[in-house]
Design a binder for this molecule. Structure first.
Ligand code: ADP
Length: 158
């Protein structure tokens, strides 16, 4: 663990990245020196927004913030966390359902590599915001921009 420079890895699909995710980044930055937003993807499943576009749009959003890096990865999150020199994984909890899932993930990840997970409770303002709800709204032709952080624009949606 690098105690000089404390990096948190924020892994997720971010398909799309919402105001709830941006809130985690902001709050995570108060607790660390830098954050790697790690967009996990599956080579066999393209997702809603192509992963290259997810990376491009987030890099543009955080272009002014040198403490935020945006990467994509496949495979195990703990392997990527190690590769990035992250001291811990950062995740968010919106509900009891999230809590149970995150607890299991954190437990397995710690058993595998010893890496700890920091869980932040969702800002109540955003606790109902999820990527899947945003995708559903978009599917029915609703404007989703109010769920995305200001300045985030995706060029290519399926
Ligand atoms: P995954 O596909 O791995 O669940 P997501 O992109 O959906 O990834 O979410 C990444 C992380 O952000 C997860 O820990 C999730 O619980 C958290 N998260 C998602 N939406 C919110 C929100 N509105 N507020 C706080 N945390 C959130």
């Amino acid at each position: 663990m690098n105690t000089q420079h404390r990096t948190l890895l924020l892994p997720g699909s971010f398909d799309p990245f919402t105001k709830g995710h941006a809130d985690l980044v902001e709050r995570g930055l108060q607790l660390s020196d830098s954050i790697v937003i790690a967009i996990g993807y599956n080579e066999n499943k393209e997702g809603w927004i192509p992963v290259e576009e997810r990376v491009r749009a987030l890099k543009a959003l955080y272009a002014h913030e040198p403490r935020v890096r945006v990467e994509s990865y496949t495979g195990l999150t703990v392997d990527f966390a190690k590769q990035c020199g992250a001291m811990a994984i950062l995740r968010g909890v919106r509900s009891v359902k999230d809590y149970e899932y995150e607890m299991q993930l954190a437990d397995v990840n710690r058993q595998l590599t010893g890496i700890e997970t920091l869980l932040l409770f969702a800002n109540p303002q955003y606790s109902s915001v999820s990527s899947s709800v945003v995708r559903e709204l978009a599917h029915f032709g609703k404007d989703i921009q109010s769920f995305l952080p200001e300045g985030l624009h995706y060029a290519d949606k399926k």
